[in-house]
Design a protein around this ligand. Sequence first.
Ligand code: GLN
Length: 535
Amino acid sequence: MNKSKYIFVTGGVTSSLGKGIIAASLAKLLQARGYKATIQKFDPYINVDPGTLNPYEHGECYVTEDGAETDLDLGHYERFLNVPTSQANNVTTGRVYQTVINNERKGVYLGKTVQVIPHITDEIKRRMKILGESGDYDIIITEIGGTVGDIESLPYIESMRQLIWEEGESNSMVIHLTLIPYLAAAGELKTKPTQHSVKSLLELGVQPDVLVCRTEHHLNAEIKRKLALFCNVQNNAVIEARDMSTIYEVPMAMLKEKLDKVVLAKLKLKSTTEPNLEIWEKFLFKLEHPKAEISIALVGKYVELPDAYKSINEAFIHAGAHNECEVKVKYINSELLTHENVSQKLSGFQGILVAPGFGNRGIEGKLVAVKYAREHKVPFFGICLGMQCSVIEFARNVVGLTNAHSLEMDPDTTNAVIDLMEDQKKISNMGGTMRLGSYQCDLVKGSHAAKAYGKIHITERHRHRYEFNNQYKDQIQQAGMTITGTNPDTGLAEIVEVAEHPWFVGVQFHPELKSTVENPHPLFIAFINAAMKMN
Ligand code: GLN
């Protein structure tokens, strides 16, 4: 077993430079050269995990197989690498402090004063090394959230500095992602902000080895040399990262800039074989040469922020490329959707997806969208809350239970077709207590779901508190909505379908979380196929 090597990715000048995409792209290139790489993210906020955050804060909350609620960058890691991540891949300041404080209460520190240095930094280092010490990986890429210079990132930078010192020269390195702004009035690219952010890192004892420079314009040899000279990195270690039309182009752009070779040279790892990116290139070709086009209405309430539905958007990209079809996803604000305007707002779409979500806001608009899709025989895909809405709508308008609702939205309803399970009723803490992570599901042969998956035993990831109420199972099934996926251990309904409809599928789980470039999700493929038939 070889020792893992550590690559750290820090960000300078501004936030939102795309550290996650650069880390995922580098990992992809290393993986394509035969190295086992994984990525972990350290987030400097105090929340223990992003599970309790509103999507407007940090975008979607991504859920791993083992049920960790994590930063959306882990979604990129999985989509690029096609390897599952876990709780160990995402650590927050809240989680670090929680461990240290629990240790202190247990008396672990034997009467010492518990301090940021060494106790917090030691705990960060311990967590930075967990995946490395598992023996499963050659290379661990650690993304440090936030921007260098932030007060809250300081313990992470210090932990990284110590770990680099401990691991030694060719076993660790730092990639600093930075912005090279273009001043239109002067007609010039400016290197000064980068010089300053590298200085901030140096003040903390860290010399970056590679600069990845986000830029809207080409960096010529002169600018690269200037950056190398003033930031004290080798000439070939200044990497240009131009804006791309899709994030999936970034690995190819990094390959062209030889980021992988620079990294392998620094870590004294062989780069003899050329990276095998065949599947990736085929995907890109299909993505860029679609033969058909469809429009899908995504009905939800977090429509102002595209990141709120990140994984759903990416799943459409993967499955669309698979079907050689460009999928245009348009966000429809469910709060503004009514019986009066639904035809006008939803006609012209080949498919309707009702999105996951929490709380009452916008719920009636979602029900209006389900009804429209069901009655007008438009392919319908309901995910999590979207599935629950499809059950409520069916119970109200087909079964005739006019006050049917979810207990989440109406605690007083006498027809809670979506209910809270017994074990959920006792819960008082909201963080980390939903039904989370991977669960088995058995499919009914011949259903749309079984046809899509091509098998009947599947596992999918969950993130919800409420469930289909099996007391209404017979009534609902008799009226024409069938349960085509069931949890074999608990009997909970995981998939519903409307029989008299070209494609109407509601799933209690989140299929979008398992869609990757190499494995587009079967339900997204089938939904797009059904939608393409509407053309
Ligand atoms: N709010 C619903 C529940 O908790 C659905 C959650 C979701 O869509 N992720 O069950």
